[in-house]
Design a protein around this ligand. Structure first.
Ligand code: FAD
Length: 404
């Protein structure tokens, strides 16, 4: 018996987004996934394209690019949808395709992104008089003085003040931002008192690591209402509370709306009848289980997520449906030695090519299956490192696949 309208395979950013869109359309949704996906490793900011004006850049992309296949209306709708779901979870996001917003990295450089948590918006830093950079004793890899040295290059007119609070969070060990965010969410009194002690005015800004809770904006609201200055969270090393908050907001939306999420479900094969998928099979140490549905969305994360594997060089492989994977031929073209160079990385373009309904296509451009859609990092034809487009492709391909 078919008891799911849609099965989403993979619960990273793309899979969770596709499931949320399908649930909003009143479809019965099942998510089959394992592992955490890359959201806890990421900043929670969603990059669309490495350009001052992403919309203009995206409009000019060639036919084979995923954004061309998705189309501008669906890309814009995906942004609005994500803003709506995050706002409902009290995790407001800001931004649109027409411009980029600066966020402060953990080392004090500025990174520009399209769709970001409000708590990271650093747009106002150019106008403030004094910038406090606050570290917390015990948090690894966050050095206020280093941030100040770097930030001075962008905001030479501001007066900088690096400080470190001792919140007694450690008990002798190093902590990460997730630990600190949880501890401050549980008891924010000492942190608020220290922040108040800065005597920052409405003309100032306070930059902190991302420690304002692990779920939503409630800790930030409590803290902010007791301060006069703007409060800005930076990125941090993983695990990142800002990425985890987004993961939790999307998951909560699914749970509140009746989607089923199986978190230890490793899909290893699909059942095909003519040009349709009728079901997928999961396997654990005890048994195999068959999940039928009308529609399937493959969001298994490309190379990073395990959705595309390569045991032998020049033989990338999609392990569930054995879909064709396109790649750049020749080892010498596969990568360029500088990861963040200004030239493309061959391996990053590797992936499954799709039509405008996000269905995988054969070498003649024809869809291989009527009811299978491929999204997120699985899609080929982009250079996500050079373009900084992975988050944007994830949510917009998810939106398109779920609304087809
Ligand atoms: C370190 C890091 C930092 C990043 N920073 C940013 C950033 O700043 N801005 C930005 O826009 N993007 C960033 N990204 C990218 C972004 O977070 C997502 O990786 C990207 O959007 C792709 O998402 P995805 O859902 O396609 O894949 P993933 O997030 O990798 O999710 C794929 C999921 O599918 C599961 N899966 C795989 N195979 C199976 C199977 N057979 N059965 C069941 N489940 C399976 C995996 O376990 C995983 O949970 C970052 C990524 C990483 C790794």
């Amino acid at each position: 018996m078919i008891d799911s309208d849609v099965i989403v395979i993979g619960g990273g950013l793309a899979g969770l987004m596709a499931a949320c869109v399908a649930v909003r359309r009143k479809e019965k949704v099942t998510v089959l996934t394992f592992g955490s996906g890359s959201l806890p490793l990421a900043s929670g900011a969603i990059d669309f394209y490495n350009s001052k004006f992403p919309e203009t850049a995206i409009k000019n992309l060639p036919v084979g690019h995923p954004y061309y296949r998705i189309g501008l209306p669906a890309i814009k709708d995906s942004i609005n949808f994500l803003k709506d779901v995050t706002a409902r979870a009290n995790l407001p996001y800001t931004g649109d395709l027409s411009f980029q917003i600066p966020i402060v990295t953990a080392v004090g450089t500025l990174k520009y992104s399209t769709l970001i948590p409000e708590s990271m918006d650093a747009s106002l830093l150019g106008d403030v008089k004094k910038i406090f950079v606050v570290g917390i004793r015990g948090i690894k890899d966050f050095y206020p003085r280093m941030l100040v040295d770097n930030l001075k290059k962008y905001f030479s007119n501001a007066d900088f003040n690096p400080v470190t609070f001792d919140l007694n969070l450690l008990g002798g060990r190093d902590i990460n931002c997730m630990d600190a965010a949880q501890m401050i969410a549980d008891n924010d009194e000492l942190f608020i008192n220290e922040l108040k002690g800065l005597n920052a005015t409405p003309e100032d800004a306070i930059i902190i690591p991302p420690v304002l809770g692990t779920t939503d904006n409630s800790t930030r609201v409590t803290v902010k209402t007791q301060l006069h200055a703007a409060l800005i969270e930076t990125t941090c090393l993983p695990p990142a509370p800002t990425g985890v908050r987004l993961q939790r907001a999307l998951t909560k939306y699914l749970e509140d709306n009746g989607a089923r999420i199986y978190k230890n479900a490793n899909v290893f094969g699909g059942v095909v009848e003519e040009n349709r998928i009728t079901g997928v099979v999961t396997k654990n140490s005890v048994r195999e289980k068959f999940y039928p549905a009308r529609k399937f969305i493959l969001a298994t994360g490309g190379f990073y997520g395990g959705g595309i594997v390569m045991r032998e060089f020049d033989k990338p492989h999609e392990p569930i449906f054995d879909l064709p994977v396109k790649y750049i031929v020749g080892e010498e073209n596969w990568s360029n030695p500088k990861l963040f160079a200004d030239k493309p990385q061959g391996f990053a373009a590797t992936g499954i090519f799709v039509d405008s309904k996000m269905r995988p296509i054969d070498s003649d451009g024809q869809p291989l299956f009527e009811n299978l859609h491929v999204i997120g990092a699985n899609i080929g034809g982009k250079d996500f490192i050079h373009e900084k487009s992975l988050g944007g492709i994830a949510i917009s391909s998810a939106y398109k696949a779920a609304t087809i």
